[in-house]
Design a binder for this molecule. Sequence first.
Ligand SMILES: *[C@@H]1O[C@H](CO)[C@@H](O)[C@H](O)[C@H]1NC(C)=O
Ligand SMILES: *[C@@H]1O[C@H](CO)[C@@H](O)[C@H](O)[C@H]1NC(C)=O
Ligand SMILES: *[C@@H]1O[C@H](CO)[C@@H](O)[C@H](O)[C@H]1NC(C)=O
Length: 514
Amino acid sequence: MHLFNIILSVSVFIVVQGDDDFLYDTFPEDFLWGTATSSYQIEGAWNVDGKGENIWDTFSHESGKVANNDTGDIACDSYNNYAEDIQLLKDLGVDFYRFSLSWARLLPTGRVDQPNQAGIDYYNTLINELLEEDIIPMVTLYHWDLPKDLYDQGGWENEEMVQIFNEYAIFAFELFGDRVKWWITFNEPYVFIVYGMGEGYHAPGLESPGEIIYTAAHTVLKAHAEAWHSYDELFRPTQNGNIGITLDTDWKEPLTDSPEDIEASERGMQFSLGWFANPIHGSGGYPAVMKEKIAEKSAQQGYEQSRLPEFTAEEEARILGTSDFFGLNHYSTAMVQGENTVAPEPSYLDDRDIITSVNETWIGCDFVYVVPWGLRNLLNWITNTYDRPNIYITENGMCDYNATLNDEHRVNYYRSYTNNVLKAIKLDGCDVRSYTAWSLLDNFEWAYGYDLRFGLHHVDFEDPARPRTPKASAEFIRQLVADNGFPEPEVKTQNLNQVKPKEFVRAKFRSGTQ
Ligand SMILES: *[C@@H]1O[C@H](CO)[C@@H](O)[C@H](O)[C@H]1NC(C)=O
Ligand SMILES: *[C@@H]1O[C@H](CO)[C@@H](O)[C@H](O)[C@H]1NC(C)=O
Ligand SMILES: *[C@@H]1O[C@H](CO)[C@@H](O)[C@H](O)[C@H]1NC(C)=O
C-alpha cells in the first residue's frame, strides 16, 4: 500500500469511529428497504372528487381534539403532489413504498356498491408510476381512517364490520392486485383500538378502556382473518402476492433480573403484542395470561363474565396462521416491573398488572426513547415466541419538534436501530427481511397535528405548495440503502481508492492537509 492510501484509510476510519460494538456488515442480498406514509396523514383533499368523510375528518374538525386544532384537510397535499413524492422515493433508492388506501376515497359510504372512480384513478396512477420507477408498492388497507358512515353504523363494535371489511378488501384486490403484491390488512390495531376507543385521544374518541377495546379487537381480528382467507382462496392463485397484518409494540425490558420483573415483562409483551399476535402467529386465541388476568379482574369488578370475549374453536382455527409475514412497527422501549392492582374501574392498563418506567439516562422525544438494543431484544423475543417467523419491519423512526434539516438525532436513531436489526440477523439468527423508515415526509401526526415530525423530508405547512426538502436523515438512508448496510470501513476505503485516489491525494498533498 502506498503511504497516501494509508492516510486515506485513517481519515475514513475516523469518520466512522464511535461505538465499540458497532457491527460492520451488510444485510442479506434480498433484504428490502422502504419508507412509509398513510393516507390521512399525507393526502389532504379531504372533500374533493367524491371522497367520503372518515372518522379522522370528523375528529380533527372538532375543536380541541388535535394540537393547534390542526386537521388533515390539506396535510402534505399528496393527492396533488404524489409525483413529487415518487421523485423523493427515487432519490432515496428504496425498494418499496408503503402507503395506505383511503377507504372513503374509494368507497365514500364504506360499502362496495358505490365506488368513487376518481379515487380508483388516483391509486391506479400512484401504483403505476411507482412501478415505472421500479418501486414496489406495499399497500395498507386500513390505516385508521374508517368511513364515517360505517362508524355511524357501530364501527368496530359492529360485528357486520367483519364482512364489510372483507368486501372492501376484495374490492381492492380486484382493482389493484394485478400489480400490488404486498398487502397489509390493518396497521397497528393496538393503537387505533386503545387510543381511539380506550383513551379517546385518537378518532373516534371513545373512552372505554376496559370493555369496548376488547370487543372491537375481537371484530378486527375476525375481519383481518376473513380478508386473508379471501386473498388466499380467490386471488393468490392468480396474483401470487403476500398478505399480512402489521402489529406494533414497545419492547418491555424487565427492570431487574428478579423472577417477578421477568414475568412482568413477559406479561406486558403478551398484553401488547400477544393480544393480536397469539391468535394469528402463536398458539391460537388470546394469550393465556390475558384470559386469566382479565377474568380475575372482571370477577372482582362484579362482571358475570370476563370482559375479554372468547373465540369459538372454529373461529380460533380460522384466525390462526392468517399472515404470510410478521409485520412489525416499533419505536421505543420501557422498563417493566410487576404490580397487583385491584382496580375499581375496568381498565386495560390495570388488567396488565405491570408498572412501566423509563431509565433516566435515556434521551427521547415525546413517546420515543432512543433505546436501540430494545429493537434487537424485541426481534429475538418474536423469533423465540412465534417460532422464527419472517419479520418485515414496516415502521421505525424518530420524532422531533424542530423544523431542522440537520437532524443528527434522527440519523443517530436510524444508524443505531438498523445496526441492531443487523445484529439480530447476523449474530442472533432472526429472519428479518425488510426495514421501513417512518416517514417519507413530515406529516399530520394524529393528536400532535403538525407539531411532531417524523419525516426524512421536511414539509413547509405554511406554504400552499407544501414544498419538501430532504433532511440529513434522507441522505443517511440513501447511503444505507446503497450500501445495503454498513460495509467494513476498509472495504469502503478500497472503493474510494478505486474512484480517483491519485487526484484526491494529490490535491490533499498540495493543500498541505493530511
Ligand atoms: C381550538 O378551537 C377552539 C374553538 O374555536 C378554541 O377555543 C381553541 O382555543 C382552539 N385551540 C387552539 C390550540 O388553537
Ligand atoms: C439506567 O441505565 C443505566 C445504564 O444502563 C444503569 O446503570 C442504571 O442502573 C439504570 N437505572 C435504573 C434506575 O435502572
Ligand atoms: C431542537 O434542536 C436543537 C439543536 O438542533 C436540539 O438541541 C434540541 O434538543 C431540539 N429540540 C427538540 C425538542 O427536539
